[in-house]
Design a protein around this ligand. Structure first.
Ligand code: AVJ
Length: 322
């Protein structure tokens, strides 16, 4: 079956509980406290994120999917034939489906995804839709060096796919590092297709990260549930609340879990005191202008060769090359 084939091809480098614990302890020891947003994506977190993408306020996924459909012709043209697609943070693979269908004879697909269940589900589905594309799933944290499996058939070039404005979840220095590691992955002949959420009315942005149904709040709080289960921390799930605010000067949504009362949280033998109202940073979602993204790419040795924005200017796709 497609699932068995996906399982057999899997490279499993998913973070171990020890990594999760060490990152959590390091983040809680900082001022202000901070938790890594990559740990949002366990099975439940990935499911909640998919639910976010269906909320009316969360325009990003809808707009990017529509933009992909209209820009696919020129994207395929620019990418050329026989490419190996390497996706960073592939999630459900809905955008990948469009990309693989639009490209001229893609030979292999390497999704790098931290959530094993999301990865296996997407590769099983894509494997059925694209029997001629070799599926090379890698479960890993893509912010660390990831050894990539070799494809069976020679590709003409590597196309790195990094949609969703996932880049926005990283601070400036980390973003440059990440783009530089993508540059290494694509090689001199390769390219990357990057999705970026564009700067806009703060009310629209804040609504997108504070949906009325409360799915984003549940997604944020799931991080604490995951940590409690996986590393034995004792976050009181009913004593923190979600807060997402647009910081205009930094052009980014800043999401925090705010402590409702003074409390102490334990991780192993470590104890961390929270004041009432204390905010723990859990995610940033950077927004971009044409110039800010081009400058970031340039710092990683990449230049923007093509760009597409949706008709409302809400979201963009950029093709970058060494
Ligand atoms: C999938 C990482 C791009 O930052 O917009 C959505 C994650 N967090 N709502 C984003 C997210 C809260 C999302 N990314």
């Amino acid at each position: 079956t497609a699932r068995a084939r996906a399982q057999a091809a899997l490279t499993d480098l998913r973070p171990r509980p020890d990594d999760v614990a060490a990152d959590t302890i390091a983040g809680l020891a900082r001022t202000p406290k901070r938790l890594p947003s990559k740990y949002f994506y366990d099975a439940e977190g990935s499911r909640l994120f998919e639910a976010i993408t269906r909320q009316p306020e969360y325009y990003l996924t809808r707009v990017e999917l529509a933009l992909m459909e209209t820009a696919l012709g020129p994207i395929a043209q620019a990418a050329g034939p026989d490419v190996h697609v390497v996706e960073f943070g592939s999630g459900s693979g809905r955008k990948t489906e469009l990309l693989l269908a639009g490209l001229d004879h893609p030979v292999a697909y390497t999704p790098i995804e931290i959530s094993r269940t999301a990865l296996m589900d997407s590769v099983t589905r894509l494997g059925q839709s694209f029997p001629d594309v070799q599926m090379l799933p890698v479960c890993a944290d893509f912010t660390r060096p990831v050894p990539l499996p070799a494809a069976q058939h020679r590709s003409r070039r590597t196309l790195v796919f990094f949609p969703g404005s996932t880049l926005g979840n990283f601070r400036e220095a980390e973003s440059v590092q990440l783009l530089a590691s993508m540059r290494d992955t694509m090689g001199e002949a390769g390219c990357a297709l990057v999705g970026i959420d564009l700067d806009k009315d703060p009310a629209v942005l804040e609504a997108a990260y504070n949906d009325l149904a409360g799915v984003t709040a549940a997604f944020t709080l799931n991080l604490l549930a995951r940590l409690n289960r996986e590393i034995g921390s004792d976050f009181a799930l009913d004593a923190f609340h979600h807060r997402a605010v647009y910081a205009r000067e930094r052009m980014r949504i800043e999401t925090a879990l705010v402590s409702d009362r003074a409390q102490t949280v334990h991780v192993g033998e470590h104890a961390f005191a929270f004041e009432a109202g204390e905010a723990m940073q859990v995610e940033i979602s950077q927004k971009y202008t044409d110039a800010s993204f081009a400058a970031l790419a340039a710092r990683a040795g990449l230049r923007v060769t093509h760009g597409w924005n949706d008709p409302t200017g809400a979201f963009g796709l950029r093709l970058v090359q060494p």
